[in-house]
Design a protein around this ligand. Structure first.
Ligand code: MN
Length: 209
């Protein structure tokens, strides 16, 4: 029997305090999906998640994804997250793991583009073990081919690079991380989510924008 993939996820969180989902969740739709969440934690980053089976494989990308193939973005692999996390937006309270606000910055289906040397398709699990994943994303902000490549930077197996592949969707002039900051679910920025949550608890406007 495979181990509980969400053990580390649960160990880090107190579900009496955080609004994050605690259960495994159900998969929806037919094909596999990806989600990118902006997370305004102590260090702001973007969490890139891929649905693989019944969990979300996850990487924290400090600078967020690029649409420019010359930009290699560090992506640090973190613990698997439950499928229900894909819709999570809200505020993780002060003192809890990952404290800060979260929005769903982009999401959509992805296609497995992983092939072995003979050109035969391999599973995402195999590609993960190999340390090179190739995907075609059909998001609202990100489209086209992306690769995640494991590096040995700093001698750590957790460090990968997220790279836009050269294709018709590559565009060095775009910078969606800064030009398209709003949630694809609620049309709010991560700061607005934090402010809305404060209003709910304080019952007053903090006045900032
Ligand atoms: Mn995060």
């Amino acid at each position: 029997m495979p181990g509980d993939r969400l053990k580390e996820y649960r160990r880090k969180r107190d579900f009496r305090r955080t609004p994050e989902p605690g259960k495994r969740g159900k998969r929806r739709g037919k094909g596999p999906f990806f989600v990118i969440q902006e997370h305004d934690a102590r260090q702001r980053h973007f969490d890139f998640r891929l649905q693989v089976g019944d969990a979300l494989k996850s990487w924290a990308v400090p600078k967020g994804p690029s649409t420019d193939p010359r930009e290699k973005r560090l992506a640090v692999q973190v613990e698997d997250h439950p499928l229900d996390y894909a819709d999570f937006e809200g505020v993780i309270p002060e003192g809890e793991y990952g404290a800060g606000s979260v929005i769903v910055w982009d999401h959509g289906p992805y296609r497995n583009e992983n092939r072995d040397r003979d050109g035969k398709q391999i599973s995402l699990e195999q590609a993960l073990r190999r340390g090179r994943i190739e995907l075609w994303l059909d998001g609202q902000k990100l489209q086209g081919g992306y690769a995640l490549v494991r590096t040995r930077m700093g001698g750590k197996k957790k460090n990968w690079l997220l790279i836009k592949m050269k294709d018709e969707k590559a565009d060095a002039r775009r910078s969606p991380v800064s030009s398209q900051p709003k949630s694809v679910l609620s049309d709010r920025t991560v700061k607005q989510v934090a402010r809305d949550a404060r209003r709910q608890t304080d019952g007053e406007d903090s006045g900032e924008d």
